[in-house]
Design a protein around this ligand. Sequence first.
Ligand code: URA
Length: 431
Amino acid sequence: MVDLITKKRDGQTLTQEEIEWMIDNYVSDAIPDYQMSAMLMAIYFNGMEDTEQAQLAFAMLHSGDVLNLDQIPGIKVDKHSTGGVGDKISIPLAPLVASLGVPIPMISGRGLGHTGGTLDKLESIPGFNVNLSEKEFVDLVQEHGEAIVSASGDMAPADRRIYALRDVTGTVESIPLIASSIMSKKIASGTNALVFDVKVGNGAFMKTEEDATKLAEALVSIGKQANVNSVALLTDMSQPLGITIGNSLEIAESIAILRNQGPKDVRDLTIKLAAQMLVLGQKAPSLEVAIGLAEDALRDGRALKKFKQLIQDQGGDPAVVDNPKLLPQAQYKIAVKAPRAGYVVGIDTNALGVAVMQLGGGRAKKDAALDLAVGLVLHKKLGTPVSEGDTLAMIHANQEDVSAIAAQVQQAYTIDSNVPVVPPLIHKVIR
Ligand code: URA
């Protein structure tokens, strides 16, 4: 291991054999954390070649179970988002694409810090179970073309251990380490194709377009080397997606999208990502045709019906679709007002995510319990004119005094007299 650390420290490329040896021996405890930490720091500073980062992803992938979905006919397609605030897209997207015949074996995550997680959101539906056995998961994707579950403990254990080590050694923010970590888990889920939603902006992991582009390229490159056809969209996170942040609030917004209503940005992104998935799944010959198919399935209720099916299949109460009031509701609703007139020229997206976390809707620490009812409903987004005293956002809380959080939400908004340029929803597409 000392030779490998020195090699990487000096900027050389590790061979496949060396990478596999290192991961095998780390998982079996033959390599101690302090040596792996030094290796991670060397990778952080010197990066990895395209083939090297793919080999790292494959070595971590093969440290655990790899699902085989070959028994399910058709091209299986999944979506992965690098995480944002108000990003509820997976929830309307999975049933929409499944309603058009593409099998969706979706393995999702939980929220941490300022970002939410699909599994937490789904758990705000009474009874919804994200912890299915492998057989239940495969059977549902085969029978009804969709399931959204948590990764089993046996998938990519090397990544779990390395990620925990990165967290405490200042080596999280490394593109080859992030890309290989994400891909080891995604490939383990047995999908044939992947669409990545790489977020860019002040609410995202990647704050600049340059970094987001590098991450998108790394993900697509590893996907290709694994024969998993991949496309990445760089999408905007300089403001939250849609108008809700918080678990049950985001489910209600997702239901609105599936009813062919809801905020335009959530609808547009759902349709654009669906179109990429339909083309990868060979259910549409072009993106234009795919967009038309997705719009039809939202309009005629097929996607909504498929969501009811998903809820039913995973033990949830499908009545929430017709009556979202059955979702957990917060006790108090408090308005945050605009301190002056002008235009909303900036939103500190990260701060809004943190505000929801402080209300109890997100986790400061892994495994913390959540209050699924709380969150924010935004009344103003980037570029909107406001008068003094207008409501910027409503806080949904289960505590009476939210004055400190209300001040944070107010400060997260920058109001100025000049009309701002609002960034496009989709910055670019990388294949
Ligand atoms: N998500 C992951 O799964 N891994 C990382 O390294 C970062 C985000």
